[in-house]
Design a protein around this ligand. Structure first.
Ligand code: SF4
Length: 428
C-alpha cells in the first residue's frame, strides 16, 4: 500500500516556503492542468484582520496564486462561504484577502450569493445529509485547492484541511449540519467536494480559544498534501495536539478519506522534530473535575461538546457570572445520570444527545445543536432562557452579547495565555 506524502517546510519567507512545498510534491504542473479553472478555498470565515490568525494569511493566498499561475490555468478564483451570519465580502476585505486578490488580478467569489446550485447526492452518508446543495460553478471547476489555516477550534478542537471544506456550503445547509451531527456532516461534504491539493498556512498558527479568541504563535511553517487526513494528522503531530481528542478523524478514517496512521504517511522537507511547536489548547483534558463549584456531568460527551463546555465555563468566569451560578448542573453527552431531586431550573442540558433527560426534567434548559452554537451554554446560564441561535437569536442575542463581552473575554484569555507562555516559553 502506497504512503501519502506530506510536505513540511519551515522558514520565515512565505513565498519560499510555498514554492518549496509545491516542489516537494512534484511541482505545480503535477496538480494543475493548463487551460483549467482553479478554485482556491482559503479560510475567510470571519471578518477578522490578518494579525489575529482567524483567517488564512493573505500573503499565503498570494504565494499560492503565484505558484498556480506557473501552470498556465485559464482562470484562478478565490472562493469562500463565510460562517453562519457572516458576510463573505466583508470577510474577504477585513482579512486582507480581497486586497491581495485585487493586486494579483484574481476574482473573489462569494459562494453564499450564488443562486445556481446543484443538488449533489452523498453516497453512504453518515449524518443524514443525503444531498448537499453546492454551487454549479464550484463543482464545474477543474481544480480545487484547499487553503486552510492551522488553528485550535472551539467546537472541533482542531481545524485544518478537513474542516475547511465545510466552508463551501451556504448557511441553510450549514445550519442543517449543526442540527444533525456536524462531525459526520463535514466528512459527508468532503466526500462530494474533494480538493486536489491542500496547502496549510501554519505561519502563525492560532492557539487559545480560537476561532473567536485566538492567540497566534510564531510557528513559521507551510504544509502541503493531496491527502487531507494525512496533512491534518501531521499538523497535529507538529503542534502537539492529541488526535484522540479530535472526533472527526474517526469518521474520516471510517469513510476512507485518507491515511491517518503515521506509518502510512511520508513527511518530506523538514522533519516533525525540526518544526515542532507546542500549541496552547486550554480546553483539552478531564472536564468532570475542573469546575468544582458546579455539578458537571459529561459521560459520553464528544470532544466538540467537551471543548465547548470548557470555553463556556471560562467565559462565565470572564464575565463575572461564574460564582453567581455556582451549584448549577451542566450536562453533556448521553451517558449521564441526573438525580431526580435536582430542580429542573438548575439543570442545563447541552446538545442534541441530552434531550432525553427532559423526560425526567421537563423544565430543564435544553440547548439544541450537535454541537450547539459556541456561546450558547454561557448565555443560557447567564440569561436563564434557552439560547441556541435558532430563529432570530443569532442576530438579536448572540452577536450583540458576544460584542458586549468581547473585551473582557479577550483580556481574560490573554492573561491565561501569558501565564502559559511563562511556563512554556518555547510555545510562544
Ligand atoms: S450534542 Fe452530543 S452527539 Fe452532538 S457533539 Fe455534543 S456530545 Fe456529541
Amino acid at each position: 500500500m502506497s504512503k501519502s506524502t506530506v510536505a513540511l517546510v519551515k522558514g520565515e519567507d512565505i513565498q519560499a516556503n510555498v514554492t518549496k512545498v509545491f516542489d516537494l510534491l512534484g511541482g505545480v504542473e503535477n496538480v494543475i492542468r493548463p487551460g483549467t479553472t482553479v478554485m482556491i478555498k482559503p479560510n475567510a470565515g470571519h471578518a477578522e484582520p490578518p494579525e489575529t490568525s482567524v483567517c488564512t494569511n493573505p500573503e499565503v493566498v498570494r504565494a499560492v496564486i503565484r505558484e498556480v499561475r506557473k501552470a498556465n490555468p485559464k482562470e484562478i478564483v478565490v472562493a469562500e462561504a463565510a460562517a453562519i451570519g457572516c458576510d463573505t465580502i466583508e470577510c474577504f476585505k477585513v482579512s486582507g484577502i480581497q486586497a491581495v486578490c485585487d493586486e494579483e488580478g484574481v476574482e473573489t467569489y462569494d459562494i453564499k450569493r450564488d443562486k445556481d446550485l446543484v443538488n449533489v447526492a452523498v453516497r453512504d452518508f453518515r449524518s443524514n445529509i443525503s444531498h448537499v446543495k453546492l454551487p454549479k460553478r464550484l463543482m464545474e471547476a477543474e481544480h480545487l485547492i484547499n487553503l486552510p489555516i492551522l488553528k485550535a477550534h472551539a467546537s472541533m478542537v482542531f481545524s485544518g484541511a478537513l474542516k475547511n471544506i465545510k466552508g463551501v456550503v451556504q448557511d441553510k445547509v450549514h445550519m442543517q449540519m449543526h442540527q444533525l451531527n456536524l462531525t459526520m456532516a463535514m466528512m459527508d461534504v468532503w466526500s462530494v467536494c474533494k480538493a486536489d491539493l491542500n496547502i496549510m498556512d501554519a505561519m502563525r498558527a492560532a492557539s487559545g480559544y480560537s476561532p473567536h479568541m485566538p492567540v497566534p504563535i510564531e510557528s513559521n511553517m507551510i504544509l502541503g498534501s493531496k491527502d487531507p487526513v494525512a496533512i491534518d494528522r501531521i499538523a497535529c503531530e507538529v503542534t502537539g495536539i492529541d488526535t484522540s481528542g479530535v472526533d472527526y478523524f474517526n469518521v474520516a478514517k471510517e469513510v476512507g478519506l485518507g491515511k491517518y496512521d503515521l506509518d502510512d504517511i511520508e513527511v518530506v522537507g523538514n522533519t516533525v522534530e525540526e518544526c515542532f511547536k507546542q500549541m496552547w489548547i486550554p480546553y483539552i483534558g478531564d472536564m468532570s473535575t475542573r469546575w468544582p463549584e458546579y455539578d458537571v456531568r459529561c459521560e459520553g460527551g464528544c470532544s466538540s461538546c467537551q471543548a465547548l463546555l470548557a470555553i463556556n465555563m471560562e467565559e462565565l468566569k470572564a464575565v463575572g457570572e461564574y460564582d453567581k451560578n455556582a451549584g448549577s448542573t451542566v450536562v453533556i453527552g448521553p451517558q449521564n445520570e441526573i438525580p431526580k431531586d435536582i430542580p429542573d431550573e438548575k439543570i442545563f442540558l447541552h446538545g442534541n444527545c441530552t434531550k432525553k433527560y427532559l423526560k425526567d426534567h421537563p423544565n430543564a434548559y435544553w440547548i439544541l445543536g450537535c454541537p450547539p452554537n459556541e456561546p450558547a451554554l454561557y448565555l443560557t446560564i447567564q440569561r436563564k432562557e434557552v439560547i441556541n441561535g435558532m430563529g432570530d437569536q443569532e442576530e438579536e442575542i448572540i452577536r450583540p452579547c458576544m460584542a458586549r463581552d468581547a473585551q473582557v473575554w479577550h483580556d481574560y484569555v490573554f492573561a491565561r495565555a501569558e501565564e502559559y507562555f511563562k511556563e512554556h516559553p518555547d510555545a510562544k
